[in-house]
Design a protein around this ligand. Structure first.
Ligand SMILES: [Zn+2]
Length: 266
């Protein structure tokens, strides 16, 4: 085979050069070529751009709540159209003994409101410089709750699942998926003990239901560094890690960033 042909085949076989998979569905990611000095925004929020082997790409997070249809990536007056296709996520029915986790009381609702404001602030931030978009799997274990499932708690409809649940015993160390700065720590009504790591330019990972937190807010953690342990805090039926990946304020499917998730037992 001639060398030129081998190169062509190699280029065709390599998935989008980036470590992220393009998936233009609600809960997915659109990877769109842009010019070198682009400052793209989507729904008025700044969007991550990466330089991938000389190619500049906008990496746009698509919220689970997004209706399928035509959308525009704005870039300094330029409009780049793209399409979001429908995706049907499966249903998940969960039965909880703690009824307050299904129907919170008035005091719980005040707490939930203030916690969700803090969380939204941390997840919508767009600061710092992204070191690398490559992520590692924080915990090994079977997937006990895939991303995007439409959930019913004790038969009552609730928001779809915004992360991937990985089952592991309480006390299992959790590694940072990528280098970043700890931007939020809490002990929340639904999410339990949690850590948010801001990787820069609107990309974050979130770790919920932890037993122990070993990092402090503002601390810089390296990829693979242990940030705490798996637990069963908050609204859970058993010990697991809920891993969230957030991009321009949208929770997106972690398996688009961590291909190993696709090979775990589900
Ligand atoms: Zn979860």
């Amino acid at each position: 085979m001639r060398p030129a042909l081998i190169v062509v085949i190699a280029l065709c076989l390599s998935t989008p050069a980036t470590a992220v998979e393009d998936s233009r569905v609600p809960g997915g990611v659109a990877i769109i070529p842009v010019e070198a000095d682009a400052r793209p925004t989507f729904n008025d929020k700044p969007v991550l751009t990466i330089n991938d082997n000389g190619q500049h790409l906008a990496v746009v997070g698509l919220a689970l709540s997004l209706e399928p249809g035509n959308y525009i990536l704005q870039n300094k007056g330029e409009q780049i159209p793209f399409q979001v296709m429908p995706k049907k996520y499966l249903e998940q029915r969960i039965y909880l003994k703690n009824k307050r986790h299904v129907t919170p009381n008035t005091l719980d609702l005040d707490r939930i409101k203030s916690e969700s404001q803090k969380q939204r602030g941390a997840l919508n931030a767009f600061d710092g410089t992204l070191e690398s978009i490559r992520m590692i799997l924080p915990v090994e274990g079977p997937i006990s709750g895939p991303f995007g499932k439409r959930r019913f708690f004790n038969d009552q409809p609730r928001r779809p699942h915004s992360g991937t649940d990985i089952a592991a015993p309480t006390g299992t160390p959790i590694k940072a998926a990528a280098t970043g700065r700890v931007s939020l720590i809490g002990d929340f009504f639904f999410n339990g003990r949690l850590v948010v790591i801001d990787h820069g330019e609107g990309l974050k990972t979130m770790y919920n239901h932890m037993d122990r937190i070993d990092v402090k807010k503002g601390q810089v953690v390296a990829q693979g560094e242990v940030i705490g342990t798996v637990g069963a805090t908050g609204r859970v039926t058993g010990a697991h890690l809920h891993l969230g990946v957030i991009l321009n304020g949208a929770s997106v499917d972690p398996k688009l960033f961590i291909p190993e998730i696709r090979s775990l037992p589900q």
